[in-house]
Design a binder for this molecule. Sequence first.
Ligand SMILES: [Ca+2]
Length: 395
Amino acid sequence: MRAVFAVAVLAFAACTNAESTGLNEAPPNTDFGPAFEGQTRAPEAESGFDLEVAEVAVGLSHPWAIAILPDGRLLISERSGRLRLVDHVGAVSAPVEGLPPVDARDQGGLLDVALSPNFASDRLVYWSYAEPRGGENNGTSVARGRLSEDATRIEAATVIFRQTPDWRSTGHYGGALAFDRDGRLFIALGERQRSRPRRLAQDVSTLLGKVVRIEADGAVAADNPFVGQNGARGEIWSYGHRNPQGAAIHPETGALWTIEHGPQGGDELNIAAPGRNYGWPIISYGEEYGGEPIGQGLAVREGMEQPVYYWDPVIAPGDMIFYQGDLFPWRGDLLIAGLRSRALVRLRLDGARVVGEERFDLGARVRDVEQAADGALWVVTDEDDGRLLRLTPRR
Ligand SMILES: [Ca+2]
């Protein structure tokens, strides 16, 4: 079955080449130095090959996320609010029915999609989205529902989580979803971009600029760090985040790694540990878009966590995975969808340290990356005429 899949894709798809390019040598926007060696600008890690890029599907409207079904078909969210099923030859389905309305303006819409860890038996699909909350207000919400046997509709869609407070903003929703090994769901949440709500990333009585952790049915996970603390929300796992659109569970440690957009400079890779403060908007390796400092212009403060790695200039990260296949010689590496960098970004890791970086130029904003069962990579491009690409090593 898998071999047929590969042959069919190669027979139907137009193939091009994506080169391994050098790193961005442009000067940083800020004068900050790293807090430890290797925290930024790791040496280039050259794989020694380019990527074969097969264009498997086109015509997707700003696709955001890919979830791979057990049979190899793909569920793909479009920011405009539609969920599509894409089959093994790239045929795109009519929109899957049964999703609640989304507020599809600017950065908002239908965002991440994740399958239940028990999907083979419960067929539950989880998705994050910008939920209209009345007037011009909205907020990031997560719903789940059962994918019908014929995969044409979501049955019994239920909202299991709502970020509060609502805000009148169309930016910084975050939205990344990741199930931990115990079947609990992490949701990474942005701080809604405007100057007032962004300060609330430091306020644990709100859910702006947080990573939260809930049971699969939406209940607060009882062992969360702020459970039982007066004035704090029990959903919170970690805080001080800006706009995290990527999350992945480390395959060996089980820890949650997140990646978030910085301002001008200051994209961050973090290991999100329970109860910890990741600093935004008190510390950052970036600056305001006009060049002014963020707050007091600090990158380090006691009691606030340092990123594992940061970028200045930014790559603008979408989602990411830890590569676990054999098709590429990259087992354990982090593969990151690069939006502004228009690249697949690879980080070579040594434990919790980044020891090398490589970029493959895909010539378009890359929103999501997933690993197929055969080790090939699926990516989607954030375009009006968004594309589903299958990447393999070109040797
Ligand atoms: Ca931070």
